[in-house]
Ligand binder design. Sequence first.
Ligand code: 6PG
Length: 229
Amino acid sequence: MPTEYHFTDGGAAAADLATRIASLLSEAIAARGTASLALSGGRSPKPVLEALARTPLDWSKVVVTLVDERWVAPAAPDSNERLLRDTLLTGPAAAAQFVPMKNDAADAYAGQPAVEAAFAAIPWPLDIVLLGMGEDGHTASLFPAAAELADGLSSTARTIAVTPPAAPHQRLSLTASAILAARHIFLQISGDAKKAVYAQALEDGPVETLPIRLALLQAQTPVEVWISA
Ligand SMILES: O=C(O)C(O)[C@@H](O)[C@H](O)[C@H](O)COP(=O)(O)O
Protein backbone atom coordinates (compact mmCIF):
# COMPACT_ATOMS: atom_id res chain seq x y z
CA MET A 1 0.00 0.00 0.00
CA PRO A 2 1.22 3.53 -0.69
CA THR A 3 2.31 5.88 2.06
CA GLU A 4 -0.05 8.85 2.25
CA TYR A 5 0.63 12.43 3.30
CA HIS A 6 -2.42 14.63 3.86
CA PHE A 7 -2.50 18.42 3.70
CA THR A 8 -5.31 20.96 3.90
CA ASP A 9 -3.24 23.53 2.04
CA GLY A 10 -2.02 22.82 -1.52
CA GLY A 11 0.88 25.27 -1.16
CA ALA A 12 2.15 23.53 1.97
CA ALA A 13 1.85 20.14 0.23
CA ALA A 14 3.85 21.41 -2.75
CA ALA A 15 6.60 22.89 -0.57
CA ASP A 16 6.89 19.69 1.45
CA LEU A 17 6.93 17.48 -1.64
CA ALA A 18 9.62 19.64 -3.25
CA THR A 19 11.76 19.28 -0.11
CA ARG A 20 11.28 15.50 -0.15
CA ILE A 21 12.17 15.23 -3.85
CA ALA A 22 15.23 17.46 -3.46
CA SER A 23 16.46 15.39 -0.55
CA LEU A 24 16.17 12.15 -2.56
CA LEU A 25 17.97 13.79 -5.51
CA SER A 26 20.82 14.81 -3.16
CA GLU A 27 21.04 11.25 -1.84
CA ALA A 28 21.15 9.88 -5.40
CA ILE A 29 23.93 12.30 -6.37
CA ALA A 30 25.91 11.36 -3.25
CA ALA A 31 25.47 7.64 -3.98
CA ARG A 32 25.89 7.51 -7.75
CA GLY A 33 27.16 10.91 -8.93
CA THR A 34 24.00 11.64 -10.92
CA ALA A 35 20.24 11.69 -10.41
CA SER A 36 17.25 11.38 -12.72
CA LEU A 37 13.79 12.85 -12.33
CA ALA A 38 10.69 12.38 -14.54
CA LEU A 39 7.93 14.93 -14.05
CA SER A 40 4.28 15.09 -14.99
CA GLY A 41 2.62 17.93 -16.82
CA GLY A 42 -0.91 19.16 -16.41
CA ARG A 43 -1.93 21.55 -13.65
CA SER A 44 -1.03 19.70 -10.43
CA PRO A 45 2.78 19.84 -10.48
CA LYS A 46 3.24 23.59 -11.15
CA PRO A 47 3.67 24.69 -7.49
CA VAL A 48 6.06 21.78 -6.83
CA LEU A 49 8.11 22.67 -9.91
CA GLU A 50 8.28 26.31 -8.82
CA ALA A 51 9.41 25.31 -5.32
CA LEU A 52 11.97 22.85 -6.69
CA ALA A 53 13.39 25.50 -9.03
CA ARG A 54 14.38 27.56 -5.98
CA THR A 55 15.94 24.62 -4.13
CA PRO A 56 19.72 24.64 -3.83
CA LEU A 57 21.13 21.39 -5.21
CA ASP A 58 23.89 20.42 -7.62
CA TRP A 59 21.41 20.62 -10.50
CA SER A 60 24.19 20.09 -13.06
CA LYS A 61 24.20 16.44 -11.93
CA VAL A 62 20.46 16.01 -12.43
CA VAL A 63 18.86 14.74 -15.64
CA VAL A 64 15.23 15.84 -15.95
CA THR A 65 12.63 14.42 -18.28
CA LEU A 66 8.86 14.05 -18.50
CA VAL A 67 6.46 11.30 -17.56
CA ASP A 68 4.48 12.18 -20.64
CA GLU A 69 4.27 14.82 -23.34
CA ARG A 70 1.60 16.12 -25.68
CA TRP A 71 2.70 16.07 -29.34
CA VAL A 72 2.59 19.85 -29.73
CA ALA A 73 5.31 22.42 -30.39
CA PRO A 74 7.51 22.96 -27.32
CA ALA A 75 6.36 26.59 -27.15
CA ALA A 76 2.65 25.71 -27.28
CA PRO A 77 0.54 26.39 -24.16
CA ASP A 78 -0.31 22.66 -23.84
CA SER A 79 3.32 21.54 -23.97
CA ASN A 80 4.61 19.89 -20.80
CA GLU A 81 8.14 20.83 -21.90
CA ARG A 82 7.02 24.44 -21.86
CA LEU A 83 5.66 24.02 -18.33
CA LEU A 84 9.05 22.71 -17.21
CA ARG A 85 10.98 25.44 -19.03
CA ASP A 86 8.76 28.13 -17.48
CA THR A 87 8.91 26.73 -13.94
CA LEU A 88 11.55 24.18 -12.94
CA LEU A 89 14.23 24.98 -15.51
CA THR A 90 14.76 28.52 -14.26
CA GLY A 91 17.09 29.80 -11.52
CA PRO A 92 19.45 27.21 -10.01
CA ALA A 93 17.61 24.28 -11.63
CA ALA A 94 18.35 25.66 -15.12
CA ALA A 95 21.69 23.85 -14.77
CA ALA A 96 19.91 20.48 -15.03
CA GLN A 97 20.12 18.49 -18.25
CA PHE A 98 16.69 18.20 -19.88
CA VAL A 99 15.78 15.27 -22.14
CA PRO A 100 12.62 16.16 -24.10
CA MET A 101 9.87 13.75 -25.10
CA LYS A 102 9.04 15.74 -28.25
CA ASN A 103 11.03 15.99 -31.47
CA ASP A 104 10.44 17.23 -35.01
CA ALA A 105 8.72 14.07 -36.30
CA ALA A 106 5.30 14.53 -37.88
CA ASP A 107 3.48 12.60 -35.15
CA ALA A 108 4.10 10.81 -31.87
CA TYR A 109 4.34 7.38 -33.53
CA ALA A 110 7.03 8.55 -35.95
CA GLY A 111 8.82 10.40 -33.15
CA GLN A 112 8.82 7.61 -30.54
CA PRO A 113 11.94 5.69 -31.76
CA ALA A 114 14.14 8.79 -31.44
CA VAL A 115 12.70 9.58 -28.01
CA GLU A 116 13.38 5.99 -26.93
CA ALA A 117 16.96 6.30 -28.20
CA ALA A 118 17.45 9.62 -26.36
CA PHE A 119 16.20 7.97 -23.16
CA ALA A 120 19.23 5.66 -23.25
CA ALA A 121 21.25 8.65 -21.97
CA ILE A 122 19.13 9.04 -18.81
CA PRO A 123 20.58 7.53 -15.60
CA TRP A 124 18.38 4.43 -15.26
CA PRO A 125 16.36 3.38 -13.41
CA LEU A 126 14.84 6.80 -12.86
CA ASP A 127 15.45 7.94 -9.29
CA ILE A 128 12.12 9.71 -9.07
CA VAL A 129 8.88 9.62 -11.05
CA LEU A 130 6.25 12.22 -10.16
CA LEU A 131 2.84 11.06 -11.37
CA GLY A 132 -0.46 12.87 -11.66
CA MET A 133 -3.84 11.24 -12.09
CA GLY A 134 -6.87 12.20 -14.17
CA GLU A 135 -10.46 11.80 -13.00
CA ASP A 136 -10.73 8.84 -15.40
CA GLY A 137 -7.91 7.12 -13.50
CA HIS A 138 -5.24 7.68 -16.15
CA THR A 139 -1.68 8.30 -15.16
CA ALA A 140 1.14 9.50 -17.39
CA SER A 141 -0.62 9.09 -20.77
CA LEU A 142 -1.83 5.57 -20.01
CA PHE A 143 -5.54 6.16 -20.59
CA PRO A 144 -8.37 3.70 -19.98
CA ALA A 145 -9.78 2.45 -23.29
CA ALA A 146 -6.81 3.68 -25.34
CA ALA A 147 -5.82 1.33 -28.15
CA GLU A 148 -2.24 1.41 -26.85
CA LEU A 149 -3.05 0.74 -23.18
CA ALA A 150 -2.24 -2.98 -23.29
CA ASP A 151 1.14 -2.21 -24.86
CA GLY A 152 1.77 0.56 -22.36
CA LEU A 153 1.16 -1.90 -19.52
CA SER A 154 3.23 -4.75 -20.94
CA SER A 155 5.97 -3.28 -23.13
CA THR A 156 9.58 -3.45 -21.99
CA ALA A 157 10.32 -0.23 -23.91
CA ARG A 158 10.65 2.93 -21.84
CA THR A 159 8.26 5.02 -23.95
CA ILE A 160 5.16 4.56 -26.06
CA ALA A 161 3.13 6.70 -28.46
CA VAL A 162 -0.53 7.03 -27.53
CA THR A 163 -3.73 8.56 -28.90
CA PRO A 164 -5.96 9.40 -25.91
CA PRO A 165 -9.59 8.40 -26.54
CA ALA A 166 -10.98 11.51 -24.85
CA ALA A 167 -8.19 14.06 -24.36
CA PRO A 168 -6.44 16.34 -26.83
CA HIS A 169 -3.19 15.62 -28.71
CA GLN A 170 -1.24 12.48 -29.41
CA ARG A 171 1.14 11.73 -26.55
CA LEU A 172 4.45 10.16 -25.71
CA SER A 173 4.29 8.37 -22.36
CA LEU A 174 6.48 6.36 -20.07
CA THR A 175 5.40 2.73 -20.05
CA ALA A 176 4.32 0.97 -16.86
CA SER A 177 7.61 -0.93 -16.78
CA ALA A 178 9.61 2.31 -16.93
CA ILE A 179 7.49 3.83 -14.14
CA LEU A 180 7.74 0.75 -11.92
CA ALA A 181 11.49 0.44 -12.47
CA ALA A 182 11.94 3.82 -10.72
CA ARG A 183 13.44 3.97 -7.24
CA HIS A 184 10.66 6.22 -5.90
CA ILE A 185 7.20 7.01 -7.24
CA PHE A 186 5.25 10.05 -6.08
CA LEU A 187 1.61 10.78 -6.84
CA GLN A 188 -0.14 14.11 -6.37
CA ILE A 189 -3.90 14.17 -5.76
CA SER A 190 -6.11 17.13 -4.94
CA GLY A 191 -9.85 17.77 -4.84
CA ASP A 192 -12.80 15.58 -3.91
CA ALA A 193 -13.30 14.07 -7.39
CA LYS A 194 -9.71 12.77 -7.58
CA LYS A 195 -9.81 11.61 -3.96
CA ALA A 196 -12.86 9.47 -4.81
CA VAL A 197 -11.12 7.96 -7.86
CA TYR A 198 -8.00 7.33 -5.79
CA ALA A 199 -10.05 5.52 -3.10
CA GLN A 200 -11.64 3.35 -5.80
CA ALA A 201 -8.24 2.62 -7.37
CA LEU A 202 -6.95 1.30 -4.05
CA GLU A 203 -9.59 -1.43 -4.21
CA ASP A 204 -8.59 -4.56 -6.04
CA GLY A 205 -9.66 -4.41 -9.69
CA PRO A 206 -8.37 -4.32 -13.24
CA VAL A 207 -5.52 -1.94 -14.04
CA GLU A 208 -7.15 -1.40 -17.44
CA THR A 209 -10.14 0.31 -15.81
CA LEU A 210 -8.07 2.65 -13.65
CA PRO A 211 -4.48 2.65 -14.94
CA ILE A 212 -3.19 4.46 -11.81
CA ARG A 213 -3.58 1.01 -10.20
CA LEU A 214 -0.35 0.02 -11.94
CA ALA A 215 1.43 2.06 -9.28
CA LEU A 216 -0.96 1.64 -6.36
CA LEU A 217 -1.53 -2.12 -6.42
CA GLN A 218 2.08 -3.27 -6.49
CA ALA A 219 4.81 -3.86 -3.95
CA GLN A 220 7.92 -3.55 -6.13
CA THR A 221 8.44 0.21 -5.87
CA PRO A 222 7.68 2.54 -2.94
CA VAL A 223 4.84 4.97 -3.68
CA GLU A 224 4.17 8.15 -1.72
CA VAL A 225 0.85 9.89 -2.30
CA TRP A 226 0.54 13.61 -1.52
CA ILE A 227 -3.07 14.48 -0.98
CA SER A 228 -4.45 17.99 -0.54
CA ALA A 229 -7.89 19.56 -0.34
O1 6PG B 1 0.34 15.74 -19.53
C1 6PG B 1 -0.54 15.31 -18.83
O2 6PG B 1 -1.74 15.55 -19.02
C2 6PG B 1 -0.20 14.44 -17.70
O3 6PG B 1 1.07 14.26 -17.30
C3 6PG B 1 -1.31 13.72 -17.03
O4 6PG B 1 -1.09 12.39 -16.75
C4 6PG B 1 -1.70 14.50 -15.80
O5 6PG B 1 -0.83 14.22 -14.74
C5 6PG B 1 -3.11 14.18 -15.38
O6 6PG B 1 -3.94 14.36 -16.51
C6 6PG B 1 -3.59 15.08 -14.27
O7 6PG B 1 -3.62 16.38 -14.76
P1 6PG B 1 -3.97 17.61 -13.87
O8 6PG B 1 -2.87 17.73 -12.86
O9 6PG B 1 -3.97 18.77 -14.83
O10 6PG B 1 -5.29 17.33 -13.27
